[in-house]
Design a protein around this ligand. Structure first.
Ligand code: C2E
Ligand code: MG
Ligand code: MG
Ligand code: MG
Length: 283
């Protein structure tokens, strides 16, 4: 009886795996098609300085728009792109597109800063810095206008290789940011070894402010630590005035989140002219 049930369980389990494998294969096939058919676009979410409510830059966020108009969020396809290696090609396109955006804005007189997310596979690519350099040269985008976001987990593993890669990128003149900060396990002394410019506090620590005093302590500690280490600090996923008050009181002035703006397509960035975002009537 127990054996039969065990067998059944096994059967269902393997069926699930099978479905997951099928879904992955389907996404992989569709991703190849998406690359060929140019179904990717970048959306941009502003990063705001809450002291004057001005935009200090944007994060580029990848969107996959299917021919039927449906939009597939990155968390559904980036893991597949990563595990199949397709992320390298897609990621290269993202860097080109972000640099072309910078260059278009530069030619209109706007000095815009764009942050681009890197995946683990891209970050360990020996040719990454050379590729970025080529793109910067070809697009005439200023290196200071480009930031790369990497996660803590990419810095673990082979630390020396990671430091070498970060230095190669830094030597191009781009800025480096640690995304989703607090979700990994970097210690203070560990962090000090990496030539980064910025920490982005993960949204999971921000979302329950001001109810969760534990999270508030963590956020305050990260801000204090960033200041001691001379790192810029940005809070992700800011949605409420209470969260802004808390961050302001703790001297974290850079924020991203739906409170100010969702990520938008380039043609919908009405605030690209760097006017104050929150009180447009005052301009
Ligand atoms: P991330 O880099 O941490 O980006 C922040 C995510 O939080 C974005 O989700 C953004 O839309 C969302 N977000 C921003 N403000 C708020 C808010 O106030 N509330 C809530 N609930 N969410 C907010 P998105 O665009 O779905 O991207 C998810 C993740 O996919 C990104 O997390 C990043 O890890 C990855 N990703 C996106 N674009 C790229 C890319 O071009 N390359 C790579 N390798 N990864 C990317
Ligand atoms: Mg990011
Ligand atoms: Mg993030
Ligand atoms: Mg995050």
């Amino acid at each position: 009886e127990a054996k039969a049930r065990g067998k059944n369980t096994y059967h269902f389990f393997s069926q699930d795996l099978n479905d997951a494998a099928k879904e992955k294969l389907l996404i992989e096939t569709q991703l190849r098609e998406a690359i060929r058919e140019h179904q990717f676009v970048l959306f941009y979410q502003p990063k705001i300085d809450i002291r004057d409510q001005r935009i200090v830059g944007y994060e580029a966020l990848l969107r996959w728009i299917r021919p039927d108009g449906s939009m597939i969020p990155p968390l559904r396809f980036i893991p597949v792109a990563e595990s199949t290696g397709l992320i390298v090609e897609i990621g290269e396109w993202v860097i080109w597109e972000a640099c072309r955006f910078i260059s278009r804005q530069q030619s209109k007189g706007h000095d815009v800063t764009i942050a681009v997310n890197l995946s683990a596979r891209q970050f360990t690519d020996q040719n990454l810095a050379a590729m970025v350099e080529r793109i910067l040269i070809r697009t005439c985008a200023k290196p200071q206008s480009l930031t790369f976001e990497i996660t803590e987990s990419m810095l673990m593993g082979d630390t020396d290789a990671a430091i070498a890669q970060l230095n190669e990128l830094k030597n191009l003149g781009v800025a480096l940011s640690i995304d989703d900060f607090g979700t990994g396990y970097s210690s203070l002394s560990y962090l000090k070894r990496f030539p980064v410019d910025e920490l982005k506090i993960d949204r999971s620590f921000v979302k329950d402010i001001p109810e969760d005093t534990n999270d508030m302590d963590i956020v305050a500690a990260i801000i204090a630590m960033a200041q001691k280490m001379n790192l810029r600090v940005v809070a992700e996923g800011v949605e409420t005035p209470e969260q802004i008050d808390f961050l302001n009181n703790n001297a974290c002035y850079l924020v991203q989140g739906y409170f100010f703006s969702m990520p938008r397509a380039e043609q919908e960035l009405f605030h690209l002219n760097y006017q104050p975002l929150v009180h447009p009537t005052h301009v």
